[in-house]
Design a protein around this ligand. Structure first.
Ligand code: KIV
Ligand code: ZN
Length: 512
């Protein structure tokens, strides 16, 4: 059996479908580029039939990203599989991933079928996908709660029908390392044609065991691990890619497996996702949390200064954590700027570079020190800001007089300028109320607000994230500025733009 573990990233599918993690087309493509730099083997780019937006983004990723296999998800239905193929077919290495639930509770209560019917549907789905491509993955949804003999029967039938990867998900995060390892061993011992396919795991984190369970399946013979950046995904999330990969790498002598991952791209990937979704990782999160490499206790600091390995089992550099070294200042030229962006993994075209450089010069004038983190924000806010700018914050005046705070907001849209004033409980409340009125979103509700500094110092860039709900839609907007109020108002305008542009995703029903 191979000693290489295939890393299947589903950040753009299982991760993105979780509430609060939605991304726009441009962000998805940019994240897919980062996954390419990370050298994942497979990118699951979305669920094409679930919405026109998902279809477009899977298609765009398939057309633009070279290297990894590009996969789309499809229920075991003809329309789903046909639509999935349309979305992935432009990739040099397309994959169709089709699935059906096999646990009794899903089969009887959700699908209202018999086990025999489900097996037949699975076979027909794999055969249909196989007409399009040889690269077909089949998943037995809720496998961890499925009868072991039945699961073996379905897997054998799916492999006979042509599935080249069989994914055995713990859909509800129910299992534990001992049990799931046994389940995988049982599959290897009882499915006669099991060696004709790669067996894969896909573990959810409801009981906090997704990474441990994934590693246990690897010990039992799984050679593909499905995971997401920062562990995002349905409910408590999926197995976190960075934790799975760094376990395999740091304990290479124990596990004995390689992955293709360029681990120095892990931290940039984690940060990019955080910026796009507005959801930070907890400070003590393994591998990518802000404290993951911080040694606070005196004894630890003393030990690390004498010999790093006393308290460090992996280096920050190995996961791409470069710290916040001052890199550029106001005298830095275009050449140094471009070179540093390239080191950070950004390859901008001339026009993007020009926009980013102008923004850098403005920032460098305001700040004495410009850190890598500032540069990354600049690139995302200025050069890659894309088609979202339905409204742009042109000007903002805040007054805190004796009659209470008031705000005057000037917005621009399609070359027109709009101005409106109003009051509120505080400066931000006043500005937000004015913007709601100007954009016809009076009924929208602010559900989350956050503002923090990107780097150190009183002149640091402030980054604000705002969640805004309107009817069934909830979006996250982001804004950055050296002034906290402006950063917050920019985030609010960004959220408004997203609300106006985000389509509503209908829930996808699982009726075959
Ligand atoms: O958790 C799950 O079972 C899934 C499948 C669609 C693979 O996400
Ligand atoms: Zn899942």
């Amino acid at each position: 059996m191979s000693d290489r573990i295939i890393i299947f990233d589903t950040t753009l599918r299982d991760g993105e479908q979780a509430p609060g993690f939605s991304m726009n087309l441009q962000e998805k493509i940019e994240l897919a580029r980062q996954l390419q730099r990370l050298k994942v083997d497979v990118i699951e780019a979305g669920f094409p039939i679930s919405s026109p937006g998902d279809f477009e983004s899977v298609k765009a990723v398939a057309q633009q990203i070279e290297g990894p296999q590009i996969c789309g998800l499809a229920r075991a239905r003809n329309e789903d599989i046909d639509c999935c193929w349309e979305a992935v077919k432009d990739s040099a290495r397309p994959r169709i991933h089709t699935f059906i639930a096999t646990s009794d509770v899903h089969v009887e209560k959700k699908l209202r079928k018999t086990r025999q019917e489900v097996k037949e549907i699975a076979v027909r789905a794999v055969e249909r996908a196989k007409k399009y491509t040889d690269n077909v993955e089949f998943s037995t949804e809720d496998a961890a709660r499925t009868d072991w003999d039945y699961i073996c029967e379905v897997i054998e039938a799916a492999i006979n029908a042509g599935a080249t990867t069989i994914n055995v998900p713990d859909t509800v995060g129910y299992s534990n390392p001992w049990e799931i390892e046994n389940l995988f061993r049982y599959i290897f011992e009882n499915v006669p044609n099991v060696r004709k396919a790669i067996i894969s795991c896909h573990c959810h984190n409801d009981l906090g065991l997704a990474v441990a369970n994934s590693l246990a399946t690897v010990r039992a013979g799984a050679r593909q691990v499905e995971c997401t950046i920062n562990g995002i995904g349905e409910r408590a999330g999926n197995a976190s890619l960075e934790e799975v990969v760094m376990n395999l790498k740091t304990r290479r002598e124990f596990f004995g497996f390689e992955t293709s991952i360029d681990t120095s791209q892990i931290y940039p990937a984690s940060r990019m996702l955080t910026r796009f979704t507005g959801v930070s990782v907890q400070p003590n999160k393994a591998v990518v949390g802000a404290n993951a490499f911080a040694h606070e206790a005196g004894i630890h600091q003393d030990g690390v200064l004498k010999e790093r390995t006393t308290y460090e089992i992996m280096t920050p550099e190995s996961v791409g954590w470069t710290g916040q070294g001052m890199v550029l200042g106001k005298h830095s030229g275009r050449h140094a700027f471009k070179a540093r962006l390239e080191e950070l993994g950004f390859c901008l075209n001339e026009e993007e570079l020009e926009k980013a450089f102008e923004a850098f010069k403005v920032l460098a004038d305001l700040k004495k020190t410009v850190f890598d983190e500032d540069l990354i924000v600049i690139v995302h806010q200025q050069a890659l800001s894309g088609d979202l700018d339905r409204y742009i914050l042109h000007d903002l005046m805040i007054e805190v007089g004796k009659n209470g705070p008031s705000a005057t907001v000037v917005l621009r849209s399609n070359g027109d300028t709009f101005q409106e004033s109003g009051s509120g409980d505080g400066a931000l409340d006043a500005a937000f109320s004015v913007i709601k009125k100007m954009t016809g979103l009076e009924e929208s509700v602010l559900t989350n607000y956050n503002c923090s500094s990107v780097t150190q110092g009183t002149d640091a860039i402030a980054q604000s994230t705002i969640s805004l709900r309107y009817k069934q839609k909830e979006v996250v907007g982001r804004g950055t500025d050296t002034d906290v109020v402006r950063a917050s108002v920019k985030a609010f305008v960004d959220a408004v733009n997203r609300l106006l542009m985000t389509e509503t995703r209908e829930p996808v029903k699982d009726i075959v």
